[in-house]
Design a protein around this ligand. Structure first.
Ligand code: BLA
Length: 236
């Protein structure tokens, strides 16, 4: 399922000056106890970003995952890029969440960074079903324009790849707009918000339960705390 989208992501990162960096061995590639599922992770060094991680899980017909989070440098208050795509082939169920994850919920900040994301809304109405989030608090690090789809994967009127490319392009373009008299967050504040993003996500991410069942508790705990959200234990 998501191989093509992963290729799009990789080539987009490369075209913006990114190159792959080493991932700790135990997180690079790991097989489930039954050996029928593999999870692979990648890290990219990208100009302007302090961390860009990508994870691809291949559980055959049971589950396919592509997940990625890009954290801008602490000197840059722009939203965190968040991508979570899941495909349950047997149930033909797609979960797709794409967002510019805002550091703060503030109108000035939204006006500054979300013009691009807002324009996607009219092109992809299926992603705006007003579905409530159950596990996450939609006011915590989600934007009002989050692309969010849960449902039958074959009912989409457009390809997910098309949506993905459009979404990613808008993220790269975000810094083209300039707003006069706009007051930025300080790097100290940005760092604090990134830390609380990791702490919050390490707590609520449903991936943890899923990883425990496939890969065992010990690996799941380490992966969530040390690879997915390594800032989760930092206290300001
Ligand atoms: C939902 N994400 C989910 C679910 C799972 C994962 C199992 C529940 C799916 C269901 O409803 O059946 C899985 N999340 C993962 C996996 C990884 C992960 C495997 O992080 C790691 C490799 N989640 C994110 C990011 C966003 C995000 C970056 O990791 C934001 C773009 C959002 N995931 C997100 C949301 C839901 C979800 C909003 C729906 C849950 C809800 O309703 O609150």
């Amino acid at each position: 399922m998501f191989n093509q989208i992963l290729e799009e992501l990789n080539s987009s990162i490369v075209s913006h000056g990114g190159h792959k960096v080493n991932v700790e061995k135990r997180f690079q590639e790991y097989f489930s106890k039954k050996k029928d599922t593999v999870i692979r992770s990648f890290l990219w060094d990208v100009p302007g970003f302090r961390r860009w991680r990508v994870t691809r899980m291949d559980g055959g017909e049971k589950l396919q995952v592509l997940n990625s989070v890009a954290y801008p440098n602490y000197s840059n208050e722009q939203p965190i890029l968040g991508i979570d795509l899941l495909w349950f082939e047997k149930k033909r169920k797609l979960v797709a969440v794409l967002d510019f994850q805002p550091l703060i919920q503030n109108d000035h900040y939204f006006r500054r960074y979300f013009e691009g994301l807002k324009t996607l809304k009219k092109n992809y109405p299926d992603f705006y079903s007003n579905k409530e989030m159950n596990l996450y608090d939609s006011k915590k690090y989600f934007s009002p324009w989050v692309l969010f789809y849960i449902g039958q994967g074959n009912n989409l009127k457009y390809s997910l790849r098309e949506v993905f490319i459009d979404f990613l392009d808008k993220y790269w373009l975000m810094n083209k707009d300039s707003v006069q008299n706009y007051k930025k967050l300080s790097p100290e504040k940005i760092k604090e918000l990134h830390i609380s993003y990791d702490a919050y996500n390490a707590e609520v991410d449903p991936a943890h339960g899923l990883f425990k069942s496939y890969f065992g508790k010990e690996w799941a705990d380490d992966f969530v705390q040390e690879f997915l959200f390594p800032n989760c234990n930092n206290r300001i």
